[in-house]
Design a protein around this ligand. Structure first.
Ligand SMILES: Cc1cc2nc3c(=O)[nH]c(=O)nc-3n(C[C@H](O)[C@H](O)[C@H](O)COP(=O)(O)OP(=O)(O)OC[C@H]3O[C@@H](n4cnc5c(N)ncnc54)[C@H](O)[C@@H]3O)c2cc1C
Length: 454
């Protein structure tokens, strides 16, 4: 085994948007940081659309998650400013607002139900007639049945953001190692570092685990703490103007189209990001003809002028989904033998939105400061009890200190099926919209996911 020279204070495992934000913020607080990732920025964060959309994402039964996402959205303007100064370049945050449009009469009923729910929560939304919606976005199809205007749901260009974070961590002297972490080391009840795939041992008093959907697959994690995250595939398209400059849309447009759902996120350059499927397919990132067809069919129904754009990219990414589709953020509690471990994963559809707030919560955990209040319901150990029970029923000893190994109980993705999406108590939820929407998807695929999907 090789021992790395000059042990850092903190090892960050994973260089997606969450890991990079945490590394930058920790380094800005004077911590020496090493970030390990065999392919930094190449995960879900690269593929994503970049909506910062607490209002149009809200679901029945997810009011605590809404408090978290609203708190995250409030941080974005100052976070973007700070990152622009630190990185010396654009971050791509744009306060565009979001229009959620309904196409047919059924879509309108679901949109109205969502609008009533949003209003009951005191969210900033306004119901628009089709004409009012087209005044905001003239490229919308004539055949609309109504729209919700959410002026505070904005967007960030995820690729500009990642580039800015790469520059910022470099300037903050974070060491970026292109290597995977294979195991967590602990002695005397606390973490002591990690071992990487090339056999290097890196000592550290704190380890921040933010390896996206693979966060549960690190050896040495106590069984009850290995994040039960699974990959949720999302296919997405990037369309660009043929002349390189025309702008079809100014604002993000989300739409219910004959019970299906699509979103269009326009960049300042004229690019339009069209997303996204929601598929429980395991770790598969192959784009399919069916996925592309459904996205384009719905996108063109809402904005026919997109027909003239060039398909610049078809991609699929893996959202890190947890059993309740909410993130796991916070320090490992005492009793697990890994004091100094901080978990930040399971951000599912909202990782871009939640990144600045997650980083603040991680810094507070590492520095021993009071926690960010909105993250408290999302403690990393909230699935521990059920996981111990599951392990016991499989005949394992299941003590708090029991350590998992890859492929054992609790391996990443073992949660398998869809989480509790849209299963909130009664009322008109978007779950109904989805159940109307099954249209010959591939096995496991679901544009029929019971919610607007980011
Ligand atoms: C199609 C699609 C659209 C989306 N749209 C939006 C949106 O509009 N708004 C929004 O807020 N969110 C959106 N999301 C969700 C968002 O992309 C994720 O929540 C977010 O990117 C998660 O960030 P992450 O850093 O946890 O994971 P990732 O970006 O996946 O990064 C994880 C990193 O960990 C690394 N890693 C894995 N294992 C190891 C290991 N053992 N050692 C070291 N490194 C390791 C990987 O190489 C990877 O770079 C979307 C996702 C998809 C797929």
């Amino acid at each position: 085994m090789v021992v790395a020279r000059g042990a850092p204070d903190v090892v960050v495992v994973g260089g997606g948007v969450i890991g990079l934000c945490c590394a930058w913020r920790l380094a800005a607080r004077g911590r020496s940081v090493t970030l390990c990732d065999p392919a930094p920025t190449a995960g879900a964060s690269w593929v994503a659309a970049g909506m910062l959309a607490p209002v149009t994402e809200v679901q029945h039964g997810e009011e605590e998650l809404l408090r978290l996402t609203l708190a995250a959205a409030r941080r974005w303007p100052s976070f973007a400013d700070e990152l622009e100064s630190a990185s010396g370049g654009p971050v791509g945050w744009r306060p565009t607002g979001t229009l959620l449009v309904a196409v047919d009469a059924d879509d309108r009923r679901w949109a109205q139900a969502l609008h009533r729910f949003q209003r009951s929560l005191g969210l900033a939304v306004e119901w628009l007639t089709p004409r009012q919606a087209r005044q905001l976005e003239p490229a919308l199809a004539p055949a609309l049945s109504g729209a919700i205007w959410a002026p505070e749901d904005h967007q960030v260009d995820n690729r500009q953001l990642l580039a800015a974070l790469r520059r910022a961590v470099e300037q903050a002297r974070v060491e970026v190692r292109a290597d995977a972490v294979v195991s967590l080391q602990a002695t005397g009840g606390a973490v002591s570092g990690v071992t990487t795939a090339d056999g290097t041992a890196i000592g550290a008093s704190h380890v921040v685990l933010c390896a996206g959907w693979q966060s549960g697959a690190i050896e040495g994690l106590p069984a009850g703490l290995a994040p039960p995250v699974r990959p949720v595939k999302g296919q997405i398209l990037r369309l660009v103007p043929a002349d390189g400059s025309s702008v079809v849309l100014e604002r993000t447009v989300r739409a219910f189209v004959a019970s299906s759902h699509v979103y269009l996120v326009p960049r300042a350059t004229g690019e339009v990001v069209v997303g996204a499927t929601m598929e429980e397919m395991g770790p598969d990132t192959t784009p399919t003809a069916g996925g592309v067809h459904e996205l384009l069919r719905d996108a063109l129904a809402v904005v026919p002028a997109l027909r003239e754009l060039v398909v610049a990219e078809v991609a699929a990414g893996l959202r890190p989904g947890s059993p309740d589709n909410a993130p796991l953020i916070g320090p490992a509690p005492g009793g697990f033998g890994v004091d100094g471990l901080v978990i930040a994963t399971g951000h599912y559809r909202n990782g871009l939105l939640l990144a600045p707030l997650t980083a603040d919560a991680v810094v507070a955990a590492v520095e021993g400061e009071p926690p960010v209040p909105e993250v408290l319901p999302f403690a990393a150990e909230r699935f521990a009890a059920e996981r111990f029970a599951a392990e016991r029923s499989r005949g394992d000893s299941g003590s708090a200190g029991a350590v998992r190994t890859p492929g054992g109980p609790g391996a990443a993705g073992s949660e398998g099926g869809p989480g509790a999406a849209g299963s909130g108590p009664g009322g008109p939820t978007l779950a109904g919209a989805s159940s109307r929407g099954a249209r010959g998807s591939a096995p496991g695929a679901s544009r029929t996911e019971p919610r607007p999907s980011t």
